[in-house]
Design a protein around this ligand. Structure first.
Ligand SMILES: NC(=O)c1ccc[n+]([C@@H]2O[C@H](COP(=O)([O-])OP(=O)(O)OC[C@H]3O[C@@H](n4cnc5c(N)ncnc54)[C@H](OP(=O)(O)O)[C@@H]3O)[C@@H](O)[C@H]2O)c1
Length: 335
């Protein structure tokens, strides 16, 4: 397969002037894919034209991805062309600088393009624990504590270790407080976004505040861990409207999900270890856009169907996963 020309993959400008590709690749193996396969996919994807890679310390593969990044740069792709992201995990909210330095070391880089607070809760859970388990010291969102974490994120920018900082899995009420009290504003918010879960209010709030949304699970995450599956979940790529549009455009439904995402204004980060899939995912943004009417059809398929509910981050006394998402517009407190 021939590499796709960089000029065909447009970049979006962040409020701080840095530019980010309009599509990237995820690197979370979802308990199904080996870290070796993911690292190989990163290398293969860069050869075909990907420049944005979404990493995280908790994915447990940054050291192997670091080897791939070295090969990518040895092949002639410059560091400045790449856009590499990582995230601080929930048990390191008090030790953000060291956590970032560890990711940098593993990835073999001297700066990150974006560093995120992966979840706004400092609630650790053991890998593979049941969705019903509650950590002893788990708490709901405590804004003062979060801003202490955020101050360390800001320090990383001051130190030149990170270009942009971002939030992930936050809500409008949390973002309002963060925007009120931060010194350096989040440039990106990474959030679950796919046709059946469009989060229009949060999406619009981000854009109105100059925050670029990145959409995770952009294809409806068919291979997500079993703990994140519920009986009433929608399968995005099987929705009749999307299947119909795919037939019309003579592409896989995945490609319709990605065209919609990019044309709407979010940056999708689809995951795949299969070359034919990640190639077609990147190609999707270069040709045959959806029409305005087709974008309207895509807008109409929203089912408010959240997959990544975050059960394992709940605290003792929490009612259910909805407590994490501030559904009534206020931040849930300990009951
Ligand atoms: N910030 C956060 O809290 C957070 C949470 C979740 C995810 N993320 C990020 O978002 C990334 C993407 O999310 P995700 O991996 O859950 O879901 P996804 O990208 O929506 O779905 C990935 C799956 O879709 C299938 N696929 C990919 N391209 C395809 C194509 N062209 N045709 C058909 N099937 C295709 C693959 O399955 P097969 O191999 O079976 O084909 C792949 O495993 C993650 O890797 C991670 O980097 C972040």
């Amino acid at each position: 397969m021939e590499a796709i020309e960089q000029s065909k993959i447009f970049r979006r400008k962040l409020y701080n002037g840095y530019e980010i590709p309009c599509i990237g690749m995820g690197t979370f193996g979802s308990d199904h894919f080996s870290n070796d396969d993911i690292a190989s996919a990163v290398e293969g994807a860069a050869r075909l034209g990907y420049r944005l890679f979404d990493c995280a310390s908790v994915y447990g593969n940054e050291d192997l991805i670091g080897i791939s990044l070295k090969r990518i740069m040895d092949s002639g792709i410059k560091r400045e062309e790449l856009f590499i992201q990582s995230k601080v995990w929930n048990d390191k909210h008090d030790d953000v600088i060291n956590s970032c330095k560890k990711s940098l070391k593993d990835l073999g880089l001297d700066y990150l393009d974006t560093y995120f607070v992966h979840w706004p809760f400092p609630n650790y859970h053991a890998p593979g624990c049941s969705v019903d388990s509650r950590a002893e010291d788990a708490t709901p969102y405590i804004h003062e504590k979060f801003m202490n974490t955020w101050a360390q994120m800001e320090e990383l920018v001051d130190m030149g270790l990170v270009r942009s900082i971002g939030t992930s899995n936050v809500t409008i009420p949390k973002l309002k407080l963060i925007l009120r009290d931060c010194r350096i504003k989040p440039a990106i918010n990474e959030m679950e976004l796919h046709p059946s879960f469009q989060q229009p209010e949060l999406f619009d709030f981000c854009l109105e505040n100059g925050i670029q949304p990145i959409g995770f699970c952009p294809l409806g995450s068919p291979t997500r861990p079993d703990r994140d599956k519920s009986p009433d979940d929608v399968a995005d790529m099987k929705m009749p409207e999307i299947v119909e549009l795919a037939k019309k455009h003579n592409v896989h439904p995945a490609i319709i999900c990605l065209k919609w995402a990019v044309q709407r204004g979010q940056i999708p980060i689809p995951f795949s270890i299969h070359e034919s899939e990640y190639y077609s995912n990147l190609l999707s943004v270069t040709q045959d856009p959806l029409t305005d009417d087709e974008m309207k059809i895509m807008k109409s398929v929203d089912k408010n169907c959240r997959f990544i509910k975050g059960h394992v981050f709940l605290w003792k006394g929490a009612k259910d996963w909805r407590d994490l998402w501030d559904l009534d517009g206020t931040i849930t407190k300990v009951k």
